[in-house]
Design a protein. Structure first.
Lengths: 331, 295, 397
């Protein structure tokens, strides 16, 4: 991945982000764009953890939720400024991720997956049970909007810009990491932890740092979510949400920073489009078809394109290109 | 506080739940031992068993016939999952395989939703009649069926592993997959067998618990997660460990709910899992085993 | 350069391509959000049925006839929130911003209704909820735009406590489902018990998705309570009832109005026998005294609903009916070409001025201090006998 190519792509993304809300007038579609952006931020972090560091996390929605609830609580209960609350939420989540990561990142493969699964569910249960703090199953409402002076981020269009500004920043930061010495160390760890250790790479420290960073990303996304909907409730941050994020990362390509927003977009759009389109085709709303299509897509991708759709799509394009240019063998 | 009768009642309830967890946990262990895969769709096998039983009920078949048909149906599904989803990806990485089973779980749940709808469905108990008393505690007849069926299934499983050729092959895979392969055992056939076996175990669990709760398309997740925790308590490789773990888990949940606060019952299972992973990932009952060859 | 870098850009352009604006030709648009799927589908399904049937009648009649003879076309835009608050929020936002509805009816459950209150307040759109928590309409100064049609949990508690007092009960146990509905119902009961000398010796909760409540029920037995009161909706309400009988508990079992539908009985089977609960009069309409002002309206609704859907009567369908039928006359009376913001304000005012509206839930009289418009007279006690609902008046206690 050449840094020059990345900069160009970032600029392209920035342009696209600037143009989209000018053309799209439907609030509903803009709000889908906002959700894609928020999910993309979480997914990028997950790609770093799963793709580059080779660890698996089945509880990432917990960090997403921590960010959302922390932001919500700091603003509603303590009257903090929303930006400060966002920063606070990210810091708090970083602390939790660090404390959690130290013991569990020692585990490998399936065991790590289970530990993250358990943590995710425990966090969800905490959101539900600590009612005085979180509002319990009814959730936390009335979370204030983000604002800069008199300018309030209250419309979908404004929030779209804000969120995707965040996505661009996160992508840029992640690319920086991936292309640096840290990134190479991570890839070494992914290849073989034992080998990396013998080469002098402090695998434990690197894994912990990536894990923590990905949690911070998730917290940022959670905070944005809270200030966007003004309302948070536990089901958004449960086990199923964690699974969905893993699906987004896998679809986009686990080891691809650019793939992550693509995966997030594909999965989110798929859900929304099917939900929008299905009732027009069939008499009754069919959450069932959406669910099945979702699962089938996942299986097919993992079987045929396990490295994700971006890389797989690229391979397919290259193969088409080669096919056109094939020179017949000399007799 | 809580008297001896209440304690006995809670233990009985816990054992009943634990028996179901045990069947599901064995499914996890079987598949993991043979293929190295954690089958996220395991809970759905139980759900399908229950659903099929409910659908067969109006046909008026005698219970054993319906039981057999329902479990057979789940076995077919299990085999289908293996052939269509696992087999094509057999050379993929662990992460990929986990995600595939997650996909299978989603598809099975969606198909169930399509076939049976969102409403929970009731099923009549296998034998009618009031609950029986036992030392001051009540035990429903269905609970006795659950305990009995589980015991019989475990015995049958033991016999299968000890005395039949396919059973011994499965055990060989569990002990050392690479060596089994070198001895000429086909990993593909074993994978299929493992899935069918796990499906049967899950299906049995689902069929017997159906009358006690209400059957709905989303009951698989709950059971699957708990069976999973129980399997981990057995180190994922030990069948007796998984069964012991499952029974302990069931009793622990009942005690936490009954003595402390019902709300903490959910957390109990996962806290246990967490603690075990941190302190003793090889499980409670196994000695530290060397990692499987062929990593 | 890597093509894949352009993919996210291409994606955004794709979203741009999707940005189609939908225009509605109808004069009046009502948003209708219910839990059609998900755990509360036994509530939302019937509500949706009512909305669909009323829309058909409106279309056939060409619209709502107004006092000036002109017909006003009405479109009821139905959404499924899957029993999830996030979805309710998204649906209501879409209805307000994109569909530009005049009023919103949402949703079937208490937590999902509470979630959208800040949104409608900010957007100044009238909201009618079909859920029962009293917190939806109180404190009334923060609920200027919010109304609801079901009886509140407080009214239910009045009936429950009345029965307890008449029976001389001193100790009860209270089990509730762990969400806003269960919480509110439990709190309502606790409020009503104050000063009565009746004590709740054991209280605990359970999850909506729980499959087994025997641990809690074991403690109920150990507590020496004389009556168990349950605050839940099916399926958990049915499971706990089954567990109750399986444990051989003989004390009276009282539910709240979350079980006013057939699924409760179907799912609990024989265990539902003898269950007592306060509910709107619909379930026992035939047994009401002839002088009851609601009797005719209820019988008409039951016939209409059962004929139109082939399903048995449901108080939840009634809540949806009440909400729409309260809106229709207000819409019909609005002058033509009223700007949207003003129309919304007029609709809100119209709702607040509702007087003696004979609905299925009761006879509604709203006011600036009361956005429910009902009291405990809208409910009666019902007992399940032989799998059916039987009117349970004081004489039979």
């Amino acid at each position: 991945m050449r840094p020059g190519g990345d900069t160009l792509a970032l600029a392209g993304l920035g342009l696209g982000v600037a143009l989209v809300p000018l053309g799209v007038t439907s609030q509903y579609h803009l709000s889908i764009g906002v959700f894609i952006g928020i999910h993309a931020i979480v997914t990028i972090g997950l790609c770093l953890v799963m793709g580059y560091a080779g660890q698996i996390s089945l509880g990432h929605a917990a960090f997403y939720g921590l960010g959302a609830y922390a932001s919500g609580l700091l603003t509603t209960k303590l009257g903090a400024n929303p930006w400060a609350a966002m920063a606070g939420a990210m810091a708090l989540t970083a602390g939790v991720a660090y404390a959690l990561g130290r013991p569990i990142l020692r585990l490998r493969g399936h065991y790590l997956a289970m530990a993250t699964l358990a943590f995710g569910i425990i966090a969800y249960l905490a959101f539900v049970e600590f009612k005085e703090l979180t509002g319990g199953p009814s959730g936390l409402a009335g979370i204030p909007r983000l604002r800069v002076g008199g300018f309030v981020f209250d419309t979908d269009r404004k929030f779209f810009y804000l969120t995707w500004g965040g996505v661009i920043a996160v992508v840029a930061l992640s690319l920086n990491i991936v292309n640096s010495r840290v990134g190479r160390a991570l890839r070494a760890i992914h290849g073989s932890e034992v080998a990396a250790e013998t080469l002098g790479v402090d695998t434990a420290a690197y894994k912990l740092r990536v894990f923590t960073l990905s949690a911070v990303y998730a917290a940022l996304a959670g905070s944005l979510y809270a200030h966007y909907l003004s309302f948070v409730s536990p089901p958004t941050f449960g086990f199923i949400a964690s699974v969905e994020f893993v699906v987004m990362a896998a679809v986009g390509g686990l080891a691809s920073v650019w793939g992550a927003p693509f995966g997030a977009a594909t999965v989110t759009l798929l859900t929304e489009v099917i939900r929008d389109v299905m009732p027009r085709l069939l008499a009754y709303a069919s959450g069932e078809h959406e669910v099945i299509a979702y699962g089938l897509l996942l299986i097919l991708i993992m079987i045929f394109v396990p490295e994700g759709l971006t890389v797989g799509g690229l391979r397919a394009l290259r193969r088409l290109g080669r096919a056109g240019r094939r020179v017949p063998a000399a007799p | 506080m809580v008297g001896p009768e209440q304690l006995l009642q809670l233990v009985l309830v816990g054992l009943t739940q634990g028996a179901i967890y045990a069947l599901i946990a064995l499914g996890f262990v079987t598949i993991y031992n043979v293929t190295g895969v954690i089958n996220f769709a395991q809970g759905e096998f139980a759900m399908l068993g229950a659903m099929l039983m409910v659908s067969l009920a109006p046909l008026g078949l005698p219970t054993p016939a319906a039981f057999f048909l329902a479990v057979a149906g789940v076995v077919v599904v299990g085999g289908g999952v293996e052939r269509l989803a696992i087999h094509p990806a057999r050379r993929a990485s662990v992460v990929t395989l986990i995600i595939i089973t997650i996909g299978a779980d989603i598809v099975l749940r969606g198909l169930a939703l399509l076939a049976w709808g969102t409403d929970p469905l009731p099923l009549a108990p296998f034998s009618a009649g009031p609950p029986l008393t036992f030392g001051g505690a009540f035990i429903t007849r269905q609970a006795l069926w659950i305990l009995g069926t589980t015991a019989v299934t475990l015995a049958a499983l033991y016999a299968f592993f000890e005395y039949t050729y396919p059973g011994k092959i499965v055990r060989a895979c569990a002990i050392n997959r690479l060596a089994a392969r070198l001895s000429g055992i086909s990993p593909e056939r074993m994978s299929l067998l493992a899935f069918c076996l796990a499906a049967a175990l899950g299906g049995v669990g689902g069929v017997v618990i159906a009358p006690l709760t209400l059957v709905s398309y989303d009951m698989g997740l709950y059971l699957g997660l708990r069976g999973f925790v129980a399997a981990v308590m057995g180190g994922l490789v030990s069948a007796p460990g998984a069964v012991a773990g499952a029974l302990l888990l069931g009793i622990l949940e009942a005690l936490v709910a009954g003595i402390w606060k019902a709300a903490y019952k959910e957390a109990a299972a996962f806290l246990v899992l967490f603690v075990i992973l941190l302190l003793r990932p090889q499980g409670l009952f196994t000695r530290a085993v060397a990692r499987q060859a062929g990593l | 350069m890597d093509i894949r870098k352009l993919v996210p850009v291409a994606l955004l352009l794709g979203i741009l391509a999707l940005g189609v604006r939908t225009a509605w030709a109808q004069e009046f648009r009502i948003g209708f959000v219910a839990a059609i799927t998900g755990p509360a589908s036994s509530l939302g399904g019937p509500e949706r049925d009512v909305a669909v049937m009323l829309q058909k009648e409106l279309d056939a009649a060409g619209g709502l006839p107004g006092p000036d003879g002109r017909k006003r076309t009405v479109k009821i835009i139905i959404h499924d929130d899957q029993s999830k608050a996030d979805e309710t929020v998204k649906a209501v936002k879409k209805l307000i911003a994109d569909d530009k509805v005049h009023a919103v009816i949402a949703s079937s459950q208490s937590p999902t209704s509470l979630a959208v209150i800040p949104i409608v307040t900010e957007a100044r759109v009238p909201l009618i909820s079909m859920a029962s928590s009293h917190a939806i309409v109180t404190p009334v100064k923060d609920r200027y735009w919010v109304f609801k049609t079901p009886q509140s949990n407080i009214h239910v508690a009045v009936h429950q406590v009345g029965y307890l007092k008449a029976k001389g009960v001193k100790k009860i146990a209270s089990l509730y489902v762990n969400d806003a509905f269960g919480e509110d119902s439990r709190r309502g009961l606790a409020e009503m018990l104050k000063g009565t000398g009746i004590e709740a010796v054991y209280e605990d909760k359970f999850e909506h998705a729980d499959k087994d409540m025997t641990p809690q029920l074991t403690r109920v037995r150990a507590s020496g309570a004389e009556v168990l009161i349950v605050h839940a909706i099916p399926p958990s309400a049915s499971i706990i009832t089954k567990n109750f009988r399986d444990l051989g508990l003989q004390i009276p079992l009282i539910h709240n109005h979350g079980v006013g539908n057939k699924p409760f009985i179907d799912l609990a089977g024989g265990a539902a026998e003898g269950v007592i609960f306060p509910i709107g009069k619909m379930l026992v309409a035939e047994e009401l005294p002839a002088a009851d002002p609601q009797k005719k309206a209820l019988l008409d609704f039951i016939a209409w609903y059962e004929k139109g859907t082939g399903k048995p009567r449901s108080t939840f369908a009634g809540h949806g009916w009440d909400a729409l039928q309260m809106l229709f006359p207000i819409l019909a009376s609005l002058p033509p070409d009223l700007p949207l913001e003003q129309a919304r304000v007029r609709i809100r005012d119209g709702l607040e001025q509702t007087r003696n509206f004979v609905g299925t839930g009761g006879i509604f009289t709203m006011s600036a201090e009361d956005h429910v418009g009902l009291d405990e007279r809208s409910m009666v006690l019902v007992r399940i006998e032989g799998g059916k609902w039987k009117y349970f008046p004081r004489e039979k206690w």
